[in-house]
Design a protein around this ligand. Structure first.
Ligand code: NAD
Length: 501
């Protein structure tokens, strides 16, 4: 059995792994490797090394730091096919989609290449008599990232790209379900010229996460994963005095107005609901046609489109999507379909019990369409995270704005319409963090920032872009005066709170 270890600086001992975790090949249903699960002692050694190298990195001028980012970008591009194949073999998403996973992470690395410009401070000359004020952003020290299984390249790069470019060292705790790509990225980062120890990968589960939350020398944690864990990490991390951003689950709605171009909508929906087997936090698992006529027309077009989807092994170039990540997850998705049926939803297309010929042990779930889903159903309230599209009918625009606004999650939402007024009104009023107008997956580009609301995001600073830089740095404000030596020793003004008069 292949063993996957941590990625630590040379000289940092990994120690004996008391516990390991299975890494599946979801297409074949076989265990392909075992990953070591680390503990607090291992984290301690990694942090000690990070503390040793971080001050020198922070003192390295930002142009030189950017050069490492440029070289890392080049190396990831040169190794993209290998990374995508590795990613796909552990996650199950098809190889083309795995390329997208790497690419969307790389775009944040591109942004991080602009660090000399992005980190420039502010300066006011003559804020008072002979007084100047300036501010600068300084790194926090050691940042930690805890990442989910569903984007094993993109989300680690979103985090460590920004944190390291800003002058921090970084400890990454990736998902134990697909750890190989994060490790490979860390190797490439050192190859790109980063000092060893600046980026280390510690594998593990709750035990390692708790060690990170409790470690006094880790002042900031970025988390992405499911909402209960996000809330746990946010509340415990902040109680320990740390800066925490924690992004959680989602249930994104796609509103279809009566005037929408339904052929385009169906094409967009098929990709957004079923791409990556629905295992995306920005997937569109709920579609809301506005008005009965829209619902009827949409359903007629959706059924053949969904029936035409090809489910295949992750390296099948013809497949629209591959298997889900683990046998437990397949079972959970099928249970949600059972629940929806019991709750009274109509199972229009049933993906339960799907098997792929020649790959009967793979974790495949067929595409599923549920109609007449209502807001009181548990299967509507909770995240399913599988290839399941739910139709929730709204009688009018007002109801369509209300549905995503009142849902416990508020990650993304999309509206499909030709009516600019309705789209503008929707974007302003909807209580959700990221909005798409005729764009099904509105993940903002790397020089903007990413973040959902409500139970999709705990904390108040988004990921990457300027917000990401704010998260990974603290601002220092300097007020300076260079007296000319003619001060009045008895100046009573010194006892009054200084004003700039
Ligand atoms: P998960 O919550 O199971 O795991 C995320 C991380 O938390 C992993 O590193 C895991 O090891 C760790 N973890 C798991 N259980 C833990 C526990 N009890 N205590 C402490 N740490 C624990 O999430 P997942 O299944 O890997 O990822 C899918 C979830 O992530 C979905 O809910 C999805 O919507 C969400 N997600 C959100 C975003 C976003 O930006 N909002 C992006 C991607 C994924």
């Amino acid at each position: 059995m292949r063993q996957i270890d941590h990625y630590l600086a040379t000289g940092v001992a990994a120690g004996e792994a008391a516990r390991t975790h299975k890494v599946w090949n979801p297409s074949t249903g076989e265990v392909q490797a075992e990953v070591a699960l680390g503990d607090a002692a291992l984290l301690e050694r990694a942090v000690a090394k990070a503390k040793e190298v971080q001050p020198e990195w922070a003192a390295t001028n930002p142009q030189r730091r950017a050069r490492v980012m440029f070289e890392f970008k080049r190396l990831v591009e040169a190794n993209k096919q290998e990374l995508a194949e590795l990613l796909s073999s552990e996650h199950g998403k098809v190889v083309d989609d795995a390329h997208g996973d790497v690419q969307r992470g790389l775009e944040v690395i591109e942004y991080a290449c602009s660090i000399p410009q992005a980190l420039k401070g502010e300066y006011t000359q003559g804020a008072g008599p002979g007084i100047d004020v300036y501010s600068m952003r300084q790194p926090l020290g050691i940042g930690a990232g805890i990442t989910p299984f569903n984007f094993p390249a993109m989300i680690p790069m979103w985090m460590f790209g920004m944190a390291i470019a800003a002058g921090n060292a970084f400890i990454l705790k990736p998902s134990e379900r697909d750890p190989s790509v994060p490790i490979r990225l860390a190797q490439l980062f050192v190859e790109a010229g980063a000092p060893e120890g600046l980026l280390q990968v510690v594998n593990g589960d709750k035990e390692m996460v708790d060690a990170i939350i409790d470690h006094p020398d880790i002042p900031a944690i970025s988390f992405v994963g499911s909402s209960d864990i996000a809330q746990y990490i946010y509340s415990h991390g902040t109680a320990n005095g740390k800066r925490v951003q924690a992004f959680g689950g989602a249930k994104n709605h796609g509103i279809v107005m009566p005037d929408a171009d339904l052929d385009q909508v169906v094409n967009d929906l098929a990709g957004a609901a079923f791409g990556s087997a629905g295992e995306r936090c920005m997937a569109l698992p709920v579609v809301v046609p506005v008005g009965e006529d829209t619902a009827k027309r949409l359903r007629e077009k959706l059924i053949p489109a969904i029936n035409a989807l090809r489910v295949g092994v992750s390296n099948d170039p013809e497949a629209h999507y591959g298997p889900v990540v683990t046998p437990e997850h397949k079972q959970r998705i099928e249970q949600w379909i059972d629940t929806a049926e019991k709750e009274g939803a109509e199972v229009v297309i049933d993906g339960r019990g799907f098997t792929l010929q020649g790959h009967e042990k793979g974790f495949f779930v067929g595409p599923t369409l549920l109609d007449n889903v209502t807001t009181n159903m548990e299967s509507y309230k909770e995240e399913i995270f599988g290839p399941v599209l739910q139709i929730v009918r709204a009688k009018d625009f007002e109801e369509a704005v209300k549905l995503p606004s009142e849902h416990q999650y508020g990650n993304g939402v999309a509206i499909f319409t030709r009516n600019g007024h309705a789209a503008r009104e929707f974007a302003h009023r909807v209580n959700v963090g990221m909005v798409g107008i005729n764009v099904p997956i509105p993940v903002p580009v790397s020089y903007h920032s990413f973040g959902g609301w409500k139970r999709s995001g705990f904390g108040d600073i988004d990921q990457y872009g300027q917000e990401g830089l704010r998260f990974w740095t603290k601002s220092k404000k300097v007020t300076q005066r260079w007296p000319d030596g003619t001060a009045d020793a008895d100046n009573k003004d010194a006892f009054v709170i200084p004003t700039m008069g």
